[in-house]
Design a binder for this molecule. Structure first.
Ligand code: IVH
Length: 684
């Protein structure tokens, strides 16, 4: 055989291998499409899916002769559900090419500027909403038809369901084209999603895996009243087509115009002419997106000028004039190997997940929190399950829920141990509480956590007394309760491992210095259940010292500003417990400060008013605004109670807002707060 005939034989084998791999990839992608689009119940993370798609694309690029018409790269994924009427899209709804790195984003920009033969090109950056694409048709100023994207050419008619979304205008009062179609993304807020899942759990119904899935599930209800009860919203991002003129000729102007017509347009949209600014924008939002109350999985960058868009055209089903810069997924699936329990400083038994290590948004996750027993049951998480793990920003990783379809029957339900895993004492679960506790205040695990907390920041702040020293002190028997710290001598410390003369001396001095910390710090450091720093501060200011608190009746504790009944009871119990009282005596003997200055009720326009601040504010940091309120005579509470006069709420306020609604507490935004200051100031 000649060399020329041999070479194709090798190629032939390569081609055969490529073909097999492509078939495998297509069948996997089709399956995952079905899970994601048809069942709203994905089994793999977005990044795993993207990985399969990329591999298929690159194989097809190498061997274009192997592309089949039904390849997932040749159509926009998704299948219309037969139960809804089918809508033919006049102009197909397309997908977007992705960029996963700065280099890929810059390469796209280079391509675009080269093709357009321009040095600078204006671009619009929009959050890439993680929801469902819809197309809304308006005729003679009225909302006439709404459809899902479906496979891009044909979608499902979900007009009745879309009509229930209040941010979709039913009629347009401004001059507008005779017929036009607006495109946008329907989504559910993170808070709405959590609330919905709580309701689902209360009704014993299936939980949704993500805001995106619950938005999809909600939109595809056969009964529009169910859709109406779901917290759905929309941002529009494109004019699909228009008959009869009047639409602007640049995308930026178009968004403004759509806003004027009454559509909801994302206010976080920006226009840039410089690619460096675009890169900076996408990078900044990777972190910042955690603070949004809805999920975005990237930023869409679009060429602003619509005539340049037209001249750039499409490659397959993807426009050249736009790209989606995708963030790494904050969720991944992995195996839950075990559920273990650790003991917190108040004795709380905290279950946590031991996971098969998995990389989520740049970090390897091996452990994740599971909150409490009820939460594990509510989400039906079982040992041995494949679970969805989520890591967002600095927050501790969480287990979102199980992937039920991968169960083998070998999975085990979690049982909260009946005995403390460290000291063996019988566990108690107070009525009405979600947490179980080890009631033994002498439990070594509890003392260890309590001791590190006591010596930590915000409490007695003893430099040098960290976890490893706390461990040694407890093991050696030199310390068995918190007060023992104040009886340690330099000689005793010198018997410990790795303890030199100098560090022992420093430690003794640091312990001495901590004796005169404010009562607030001591109160916080004692680790009384439900007494965080803010509550400790309120109590210290109100009572002046520990003795007055110990002498107070339950009613008097409850009467302190912003202290709720649960906290009052916990403080009362703590200060009526023999062991705790003995501990306090021992601290007193050692010279630890137990008495503070009873803060004279500060005079000022907000005197006597209790505030709770929640969410992120624009004008001030949390500390600034709380300092301001206190300076004007008001007090700050950590949770909303009947006594809270005002809740000052910023972005993403969380559950405190629900409590405010429950008690009918006045909720202020920043403007409202300024107005209040103004009014109160004037009445002074
Ligand atoms: S523009 C041809 N803008 O992403 C351009 N899409 O991967 C079509 N999406 O189907 C889309 N936010 O569901 C555009 N600001 C945004 C978007 C956005 C989310 C979704 C949309 C689309 C998918 C494409």
């Amino acid at each position: 055989m000649s060399e020329e005939t041999q070479a194709p034989a090798v190629d032939e084998r390569g081609l055969q291998e490529a073909k097999l791999r492509e078939e495998e990839l297509r069948s996997q992608i089709n399956y995952h499409d079905y899970r994601y689009y048809a069942l709203d119940s994905p089994e793999v993370s977005d990044s795993q899916y993207d990985g399969l798609m990329r591999e298929l694309r690159s194989l097809e690029e190498k061997h274009p002769e192997l592309i089949t018409p039904d390849s997932p790269t040749q159509r926009v994924s998704g299948m219309p559900v037969a139960a809804f009427g089918v809508v033919e899209h006049k102009v197909p709804l397309l997908s977007l090419a992705n960029a996963f790195s700065e280099d890929e984003l810059r390469a796209w920009h280079r391509r675009v500027t080269n093709l357009a033969e321009l040095n600078d090109i204006a671009m619009v950056c929009e959050p890439k909403m993680d929801g469902l694409a819809v197309a809304l048709v308006y005729e003679a100023g009225a909302f006439a038809q709404g459809a899902t994207r479906g496979d891009g050419a044909r979608g499902e008619n979900i007009t009745q369901n879309l009509r229930t979304i209040r941010s979709i205008p039913l009629s347009i009062s401004k001059p507008a084209p005779e017929r036009f179609e607006v495109r946008g993304e329907v989504y559910m807020t993170k808070k709405g999603f959590e609330r919905l899942n709580e309701e689902q759990a209360n009704k014993g119904q299936r939980l949704f895996a993500s805001p995106r899935n619950s938005a999809a599930g909600s939109l595809r209800q056969q009964d529009p009243t169910i859709t109406a009860s779901r917290p759905l919203d929309i941002f529009v991002y494109q004019l699909g087509w228009a008959e009869g003129g009047g639409a602007p000729s640049a995308h930026w102007e178009m968004l403004k115009w759509l806003g004027e017509l009454g559509f909801r347009v994302n206010p976080l949209t920006e226009r840039y002419t410089d690619v460096d600014a675009v890169v900076e924008h996408v990078k900044a939002w990777e972190e910042r997106r955690e603070r949004l109350d809805y999920e975005i999985d990237g930023v869409v960058i679009k060429v602003d000028d619509l005539s340049i868009q037209r001249s750039l055209g499409f490659v397959g089903r993807e426009p050249r004039w736009a790209i989606a810069y995708k963030y790494p997924a904050t969720q991944a699936t992995t195996k839950l190997k075990n559920i273990e329990v650790n003991v917190g400083r108040t004795g709380s038994l905290n279950p946590f997940a031991v996971l098969e290590p998995v990389v989520v948004a740049h970090a390897t996750v091996k452990l994740a929190t599971l909150h409490n027993e009820d939460d594990i049951r509510r989400k039906d998480i079982r040992i041995g399950d494949t679970v969805i793990v989520q890591r967002a920003g600095e927050v501790i990783p969480q287990v979102v829920g199980p992937v039920v379809s991968t169960r083998t029957g070998e999975e085990r339900e979690f049982e909260m141990p009946k005995e403390c895993p460290v000291c063996g004492t019988a566990v108690v679960r107070p009525e009405g509480e979600a947490m179980s506790y080890c009631p033994n205040r002498a439990c070594p695990a509890q003392i260890f956590r309590l001791l590190t907390h006591f010596a930590g920041r915000g409490a007695m702040d003893i430099e040098g007394l960290g976890e490893s020293l706390a461990d040694q002190l407890l093991r050696s028997g030199l310390v068995s309760d918190l007060a023992d710290v104040y009886y340690l001598t330099k000689e005793q410390l010198l018997t410990l491992e790795r303890m030199g003369d100098k560090s022992a001396g420093n430690l003794v001095a640091n312990i001495e210095a901590s004796k005169s910390r404010p009562v607030t710090n001591l109160l916080f450091g004692l680790g009384i259940r439900h007494v965080g720093y803010e509550t400790a501060e309120l109590l210290a200011n109100h009572f002046g010292g520990i003795d007055a608190m110990a002498a107070a009746e339950l009613e008097e504790l409850e009467a302190a500003p912003t202290i709720g009944p649960k906290t009052a009871e916990s403080v009362y119990e703590y200060l009526h417990d023999e062991t705790n009282l003995a501990l306090i005596e021992k601290l007193r003997q050692a010279g630890v400060r137990l008495q503070g200055e009873k803060a004279a009720a500060r005079e000022g326009p907000l005197q006597g008013l209790a505030f709770v601040v929640t969410g992120s504010l624009e004008r001030w940091t949390r500390n600034e605004v709380e300092g301001m309120i206190k300076g004007l005579g008001g007090s700050i509470g950590s949770s909303v109670t009947k006594k809270t006069a005002y809740v000052l709420a910023g972005e993403n306020p969380g559950s405190k807002l629900d409590k405010a609604q429950e008690y009918g507490t006045t909720v202020l935004d920043e403007e409202g707060f300024l107005k209040l200051l103004d009014e109160k100031g004037r009445n002074q």
